[in-house]
Design a protein around this ligand. Structure first.
Ligand SMILES: [Zn+2]
Length: 202
């Protein structure tokens, strides 16, 4: 398997409401986890962990594509066949033939805003999207209007040239564009919009 391209997707994530950003993938970071927002220990500034955005995109795409809950214990899909497994890697299935994860989500760095407020809110369950554990909690969150600079790196391999994907508008894409379309769908599901896609052949 040979890598044929690296694409860089950059965008700004703007908080349309106050946002709690935790570090846990399972609780989806948004509206989840415990009290404090995650902060860079050196600068004290909040940021969006790449793993949180990635986990959220994966869970939402699995729901959209009907791959959610295929694994016991609420784990991500490990079928090694579906579009989600191709992009993110088959969970706990290193023997699959899709090869490595294609996507790297970098930590989102604070661009503007970032003041911290306290807000009482529900915990959101990954499976149902509904309030979980019956609990209201007081969470720190960054204020509405806060912006983070985000970057996603996509690596493409030769075997992806034959891969096709129909996006949310039913348009069909092949190869590099198919993988980009999955990312665009995933970002759309978490309401971020890619602003720029740059490509570098390897
Ligand atoms: Zn799968």
């Amino acid at each position: 398997m040979q890598r044929t391209a690296i694409h860089t997707i950059t965008f700004t994530a703007r908080c349309e409401s106050g946002l709690h950003i935790g570090g846990s993938q399972d609780e989806l970071a948004i509206g989840g986890a415990d009290n404090p927002v995650i902060k860079n220990p050196e600068t004290g500034k909040s940021y969006i962990p790449g793993s949180s955005l990635k986990g959220k995109m994966r869970a939402e795409l699995e729901k959209k594509l009907g791959q959610f809950g295929g694994n016991k214990n609420d784990r991500p899909c490990g079928c090694g066949q579906c579009a989600v497994c191709r992009l993110f890697g088959a969970h706990m299935s290193p023997g699959g033939n899709l090869g490595p994860s294609r996507i790297l989500v970098r930590d989102g760095q604070l661009l503007r805003g970032g003041r911290i407020e306290n807000k009482t809110e529900n915990i959101i369950d990954r499976r149902t999207g509904a309030a979980a554990r019956g609990g209201l909690r007081s969470n720190e969150r960054v204020i509405e209007g806060t912006e983070f600079k985000m970057q996603i790196v996509l690596q493409v391999f030769d075997q992806d040239s034959a891969f096709s994907y129909k996006d949310r508008t039913e348009k069909e894409y092949m190869g590099d564009e198919a993988l980009q379309a999955i990312i665009a769908d995933g970002l759309n599901l978490v309401t971020a919009v890619p602003q720029e896609i740059r490509m570098r052949r390897t």
